[in-house]
Design a protein around this ligand. Structure first.
Ligand code: PAF
Length: 281
């Protein structure tokens, strides 16, 4: 496995592979790799000749009160995991290269970035889109692998690649869960034992909403109300948002028709958890 620290190093490595006709799958991460990241790597590994993983804790996507300093950075452990998964290129750029002081350009996927997670994290998706656009320019992969757990991020980045004709296919991959249903996330490590015990209430509430959606006479409002009733009972938590949206556009659903996604976020004190499920009608 080659480790690249500069844009020049990763671009020339992937250019060499492309010249040989090899296809490249790319998994962008902020490190602290867990099973969900590794599942993205395996999906990319199964479909491409070469797999690149990036590890970059992106300061642009953290709000002023968020946990940038506390964010774990176990680089050596992450690199060992990548090696085990037969990653070909590990890209680990520096902050000064990714966020140069003189940069004037930002990428904003307007509208989509103002709803749901964007409301409680202003500027977050602009930070994500700007950095992922840069990473794509540096790595130049054929396909970008993203988890469905950050569903709004997946829709936003898919939209960005199409709006800007970036020529990369976006592949959404299923959420990986603990045995009790909790979606894997680096944030789970911040939960106390009691909070961790109550955290599966989030997916349980979404599943109740999905059942309600199948009931005769159900409406988007009744689905949201059923999730809200259930989430309100999760001890020590505060609801951030609950949304039922078109799975492709993220527009709030007006009827229970088509491909929909039920999304929610909650706080356990300062730790914010998100989750979502498809609504199959
Ligand atoms: O999902 C993440 O870990 C990040 O938002 C990403 C896509 C690596 C951009 O920094």
């Amino acid at each position: 496995m080659k480790i690249a620290r500069s844009p020049g190093a990763i671009t020339s490595l992937t250019a060499l592979w492309r010249r040989r006709g090899e296809s490249i799958g790319f998994v962008p991460t902020m490190g602290a790799l867990h099973k969900a990241h590794l599942s993205l790597v395996r999906r990319a590994r199964a479909r491409h000749d070469r797999v690149v993983v990036s590890i970059f804790v992106n300061p642009l996507q953290f709000g002023p009160k968020e946990d940038l300093k506390k964010y774990p950075r176990p680089f050596l452990k992450d690199a060992a995991l990548c090696r085990e998964e037969k990653v070909d290129g590990l890209y680990h750029p520096t902050v000064s290269v990714m966020v140069p002081k003189n940069a004037c350009t930002v990428v904003e996927v307007q509208g989509l970035d103002r709803r749901y997670c964007g409301t409680s994290r202003p500027g977050h998706f602009r930070g994500v889109a700007t950095i992922v656009a840069k990473l794509l320019g540096q790595v130049r992969p054929d396909a970008l692998y993203l988890g469905e757990k950050d569903y709004q991020q997946l829709v936003i980045l898919d939209r960005m690649t199409r709006d800007l004709d970036l020529g990369v296919k976006v592949v959404g991959c299923p959420i990986i869960r603990e045995a009790d249903g909790l979606a894997l996330s680096s944030r789970n490590a911040f939960l106390s034992t009691t909070q961790r015990a109550h955290a599966p209430g989030l997916i349980a509430s979404l599943r109740k909403g999905a059942l309600e959606a199948k009931r005769r006479g159900a409406t988007p409002a009744s689905v949201l109300a059923s999730v809200r009733r259930s989430m309100k009972k999760i001890p020590g938590s505060k609801i951030d948002y609950i949304a039922l949206a078109d799975a492709a556009t993220l527009e709030p659903a007006r009827t229970l028709q088509g491909r929909l996604r039920l999304l929610a976020a909650l706080f356990f004190r300062n730790t914010r958890l998100i989750d979502n499920i498809p609504i199959l009608l």
